[in-house]
Design a protein around this ligand. Structure first.
Ligand SMILES: Cc1cc2nc3c(=O)[nH]c(=O)nc-3n(C[C@H](O)[C@H](O)[C@H](O)COP(=O)(O)OP(=O)(O)OC[C@H]3O[C@@H](n4cnc5c(N)ncnc54)[C@H](O)[C@@H]3O)c2cc1C
Length: 538
């Protein structure tokens, strides 16, 4: 029996060895933030991040586990006790507690003024270590909605929606949160096939009819939707962007009928539905060029959030596996003494740090663009890298959750033994949502051909190499970038069919080159990571 007791004591020691503050225990992440925000900026953010990091390591983690249990998943309750239609979704009480905690950090409220994306995403990164936790998708959707309202809507529509979206008290009746519905049953990638129709309604409002197939955060107060104004051209060119309130201003339900909630692989504690819209009241956000505004503002925001979610999951996978391997014994020794296990742990650290380096550099770019302090090529650079980085971080998110599960062996496959099975399921959703891998790579190919966006990447690379010229790694990074240039030129010379096959390996390479450049910049600032040597070895 002693052997059994020893094994259980090792599990207990493993749990006790995990960080009690996800922020303070993450020296690399703190160094990345110091690099982007400066020492004073980090000092200003650190106390709140440490407090949230403690909550995420403790009570919020426990709640995320609870709300994701099969018996606690959201349920559709379409009618109230008196037979009135409500289309309500009921959640486990822990869901609201989690939401209150994350919104209270100001993660959405800080969008009231530009330039805080890096700090806001630091909150999302800590929260993302719990997986989706039911609220990362709503945060991404709400962030995109806030930005499109700020940049594209009329002052009247913005004034109607923004104050509620920017509140910190998530459970207050005046607080609003957002969703974004583009996908229809005939296509998610092919948004131009949208068939939802909009026609003018009363008082400058519109009425939307049709069906949306993937409606995450169906409980949201405001849905950002694409629909085609009657008579508008086919394809994405004819799509408008609208805000649809779930409840009309007079308190009656809008023309939104939830068919059912999706029975999903991941992000299960957040409610995704299928919905019919029957003359649903809608306020216009961008009638002309609606799709362009949605892609440039909303999707380019959620793709950054998606990458941050992947970073959080990568880091959590690293924590779970590394602490476990130090305590689990096999053949008379801790398993982290076996070279193959060490190799897995190294790989987990490398991918987590590379993803954080690349993603938070992108967040910093977003801040520069929002503040108007960015270099002229940064707009093009962001557009290119946000797609490549979403693809690569989400791909690695799934790979590394699987790697961490392997380190835990059979226990890794058990839902209530660790968070890893849930993280794996959420990571797979991150791969599909906001653009599949192929679609993002196809977009990069179009952007290279049409806008020569690679010139922005190489302008950035030249500047980064010049700034880090004294680094011992600079020659190897320069050689890698020279090979990137050669490969981009070769691909752009290929016939269309051959190029569409060759683009995915090239995007994989360029996404890692972006990470190498970010890691080089960090190394030149004294922030070392084994991820840099790894990127240069590939
Ligand atoms: C849990 C979950 C929640 C979601 N929530 C929302 C939401 O709230 N709002 C919303 O609008 N959508 C949502 N989605 C939908 C998601 O955005 C789409 O599933 C995604 O965009 C892909 O669209 P699709 O499913 O129609 O796949 P398809 O477009 O049918 O793609 C199928 C396959 O074909 C490939 N493919 C398609 N086009 C090309 C091409 N040009 N070149 C090469 N390969 C191609 C794709 O890469 C993919 O592998 C959600 C999805 C999930 C899983």
């Amino acid at each position: 029996m002693k052997t059994h007791d020893d094994a259980r004591a090792a599990f207990h020691a493993w749990e006790a060895a995990k960080p009690t503050d996800l922020f303070s225990a993450d020296a690399f992440f703190q160094a990345v933030l110091r690099h982007h925000l400066g020492a004073a900026g980090l000092a200003a953010e650190a106390p709140a991040l440490a407090a949230f990091g403690q909550a995420c390591a403790g009570p919020l983690d426990a709640l995320a586990r609870e709300t994701n249990r099969d018996e606690h998943l959201p349920a559709l309750r379409r009618w109230d006790a008196h037979g009135r239609r409500t289309e309500a979704v009921v959640f486990h009480p822990g869901y609201d507690v989690l939401g209150e905690a994350v919104y209270a950090t100001g993660v959405m409220a800080r969008y009231a003024t530009p330039g805080h994306e890096t700090a806001q995403l630091a909150v999302a990164y800590l929260f993302g270590q719990l997986g989706e936790a039911g609220h990362l998708c709503p945060l991404a959707c709400t962030a995109g909605l806030i930005k499109i309202l700020q940049h594209a809507a009329t002052p009247e529509v913005a004034a109607r929606c923004l104050p509620g979206l920017l509140r910190t008290d998530r459970n207050h009746p005046a607080h609003l949160h957002g969703a974004q519905f583009l996908t229809e049953v005939q296509g998610g990638s092919d948004v131009g096939a949208n068939a939802c129709v909009a026609r003018p309604g009363p008082d400058g409002a519109w009425l939307i009819s049709g069906e949306k197939w993937f409606c995450s955060v169906i409980d949201a107060d405001l849905y950002l939707m694409t629909a085609r104004p009657e008579g508008a051209p086919a394809g994405t060119r004819g799509l408008g962007a609208f805000v649809v309130p779930r409840v009309r201003p007079d308190g009656t339900p809008n023309g939104v009928y939830v068919r059912r909630l999706k029975y999903k692989l991941g992000t299960r504690s957040m409610a995704s539905g299928e919905a019919d819209f029957v003359d649903a009241l809608a306020w216009p956000v961008a009638l002309d060029g609606g799709f362009k505004a949605v892609v440039e503002i909303v999707l380019n925001t959620s793709r950054l959030y998606n990458a941050v979610a992947s970073c959080g999951m990568l880091r959590r996978a690293q924590i779970e596996a590394t602490t476990y391997a130090a305590h689990r014994r096999a053949f008379g020794q801790p398993i982290d003494q076996f070279p193959l296990v060490r190799q897995s742990l190294d790989r987990l650290r490398i991918e987590a740090e590379a993803a954080v380096a690349g993603t938070f550099a992108l967040a910093r770019l977003a801040d520069g663009l929002a503040l108007g302090t960015a270099a002229p090529h940064h707009g093009a650079l962001y557009r290119l890298v946000v797609n490549m980085n979403k693809y690569w971080t989400s791909y690695q998110g799934t790979s590394m959750c699987r790697e961490a599960i392997e380190v835990l062996g059979g226990n890794g496959a058990i839902e209530d033994f660790s968070v890893l099975p849930r993280l794996l399921r959420d990571a797979i959703v991150c791969e599909q949502w906001e653009g599949t891998h192929n679609v993002l790579c196809a977009q990069v190919l179009k952007d290279l051909h049409r806008y020569q966006l690679h010139t922005a990447l190489f302008t950035h690379a030249d500047a980064a190499l010049a700034a880090a010229a004294h680094s011992p790694h600079a020659p190897a990074v320069a050689a890698r970038v020279a090979e990137d240039r050669r490969q981009v030129a070769a691909l752009l010379a290929l016939p269309a069919d051959a190029a569409s096959l060759a683009i995915r390996p090239l995007v994989t390479r360029l996404a890692q080159s972006w990470q190498a450049l970010c890691l080089l910049e960090l190394a030149a600032d004294g922030v070392a990571s084994p991820a840099l040597a790894d990127r240069l070895a590939g």
